[in-house]
Design a protein around this ligand. Structure first.
Ligand code: ATP
Length: 353
């Protein structure tokens, strides 16, 4: 039997609390499904700076490369000392170095959670390696140039290769769902860059004749999501648009604290809640761990497909159902107007497994 080796990067702020919650639940669920899992803790964020003088030490990257996948806690990179703020932040660095080109961010209504929208179940495929996030766009350097004190150039990059591979991911997922893909761009203004993204996505669509395709400008899309989120199934878009849209969809179905994601390449997967390190509530045992727990579920689904191991899929389904049951029972953290601590919520999920 395979022993799955999973990395654990606790990170900053609420990172240690929510990541420990996800690890405890993964351990309990894997015991129920007869899975073998080892967890390898590696420094990232302030811990990396303290131990190795680097928020993402080379040692951490070298070890991650050997593992089946990993859980990435949030980082508070805006608070790092000057020299560490200048470069890519740890998750940008990992996405770049491991070519984690696909950031998958689902948003669906959950039992017991009052959302702004109802009956919504959609999934965003965010291209993760280029686009308007210019720190991803260079082999070296940051993709931004300060020409004078008052003039900065920020370079967006769009390639056929990146658009093609994220589009295929999106269409493959659509084939397993409601067979509908929406391409989001701004090709009426950023005609060449997002125009190329749109064109390539529509070319890829020709390989999936069963899938219905439409496309919207990013600004119009925000209005459509608020008005009729339930009509959307799979959305594919560039890096920054995907980041912004997924915060919107996370909040539309309940709370950003519930929003999961996974970052994948063909060989690696990194589970990562969509929210940040929430330093305002760190260390108080009140953070909502659901986004991180459901990100771990997405990692299990990816591992299950990659290693053709149904027990991983079963463990993921078991965890998701236990989270939904716990929320339905009214056990909720403070952001959801409940009173459960992070550890009480975690224990309730484990009891419901
Ligand atoms: P980043 O730029 O790293 O994404 P951010 O500054 O945009 O981070 P967050 O750290 O996500 O923002 O925090 C935004 C707000 O949401 C804060 O008030 C924070 O307390 C709250 N928040 C974020 N995640 C959670 C969570 N898991 N549980 C409870 N509250 C959360």
């Amino acid at each position: 039997m395979t022993t799955y080796q999973l990395g654990v990067l606790f990170g900053d702020g609420i990172g240690p609390e929510i990541t420990q919650s996800a690890v405890d639940i993964l351990q309990a669920a894997s015991r129920k499904e007869g899975l073998q899992m080892d967890f390898v803790t590696l420094p990232m964020g302030w811990e990396g700076i303290e131990k190795y003088g680097d928020p993402l030490p080379q040692h951490t990257k070298d070890e991650l490369a050997k593992l089946h996948g990993w859980l990435m806690g949030p980082h508070d990179s805006a608070a790092y000392p000057g020299q560490h703020r200048a470069g890519r932040n740890p998750s940008g660095e990992l996405r770049h170095d491991f070519d984690l080109f696909s950031n998958v961010r689902p948003a669906k209504n959950m039992p017991g959670i009052e959302g702004v929208v109802r009956n919504t179940d959609l999934i965003i495929f965010r291209e993760n390696t280029e686009g308007f996030y210019c720190d991803r766009n260079m082999f070296a350097g940051a993709g931004e140039w300060q020409v004078t004190e008052d003039l900065v150039i920020s370079a967006g990059v769009f390639t056929r290769k990146a658009a093609e591979r994220i589009a295929h991911e999106a269409f493959r997922m659509a084939m397993q769902r409601r067979k509908k893909v929406t391409v989001v761009h701004k090709a009426n203004v950023i005609k060449l860059g997002t125009g190329l993204f749109k064109r390539v996505c529509l070319e890829v669509a020709l390989h999936y004749p069963e899938v219905q395709v439409d496309d919207y400008h990013i600004d119009a899309m925000t209005a459509h999501l608020v008005r009729r989120a339930r009509d959307f199934d799979v959305i594919v878009t560039e890096n920054m648009f995907g980041d912004i849209l997924s915060d919107l969809t996370g909040e539309l179905v309940g709370s950003l604290g519930l929003a999961p994601s996974v970052n994948t390449s063909d060989r690696h997967a990194m589970a990562q809640a969509a929210h940040g390190s929430a330093p305002d509530i760190a260390g108080q045992n009140i953070a909502n761990p659901v986004g991180m727990i459901l990100s771990a579920v997405m990692l299990l689904q990816w591992l299950s497909a990659r290693h053709r191991d149904a027990a991983l899929q079963a463990a993921g389904e078991r965890i998701e159902q236990a989270v939904f049951k716990t929320l339905e029972e009214g056990v909720k953290t403070r952001d959801l107007k409940g009173s459960a601590s992070t550890t009480v919520f975690t224990a309730a999920v484990i009891a419901n497994l």
